[in-house]
Design a protein around this ligand. Sequence first.
Ligand code: GLN
Length: 204
Amino acid sequence: APLVGVLAVQGDVREHEQFLQDVGARTRRIRTPRDLEGIEGLVLPGGESTAMAKLCRVLGIMDPIRELIREGLPVYGSCAGLILLADRIKDPALDAAGCPQETFGGLDVTVVRNAFGRQRESFEVDLEFAGLEPDPVHAVFIRAPQVLEAGPGVEVLARVGGLGRAAGRIVGVRSGNLLATSFHPEVTQERRIHELFMHMIAKR
Ligand code: GLN
């Protein structure tokens, strides 16, 4: 079974571990550079992207993970994990010194944090998800980001309101070794996103 790391500095680590194990992976919690040795995939869970980035910097895993992404390690980012994969954040949070929040990058997209507004900070919806038809994906959004702009190499997998409607907000993307969703499959019974990620790992 492939060994898949789960970034375990903050956020919903346990749910992803469970799902990964359900779809046939061995899992390892990632907190130090040494934990990264030998992993065949990595999941970046939801949580708070600013806190996660700061902790990764402090723990010395920011640059090693960037390097692994560049080398082609399959990575799946959910919610805050999507933000951490994005090359660009619109109106990023600034720290006390005025520095914008960091990301690992690698995914040629611009994301907007907390994009769905206050009254809809959390909501659930059934989405059409490319490659998983005909059954919709039940998606839970929790203070979720949206992809505002996606570069030419980025495949759009899901939009709120349906894939056919160009106006729908982008909430699922794939680009090479990177998969990302605005929503949290790991809080539902929806294991197909993790399955898709396992296929990406197997193909590599
Ligand atoms: N709003 C959070 C952030 O910007 C993401 C929320 C989540 O991961 N559920 O990091």
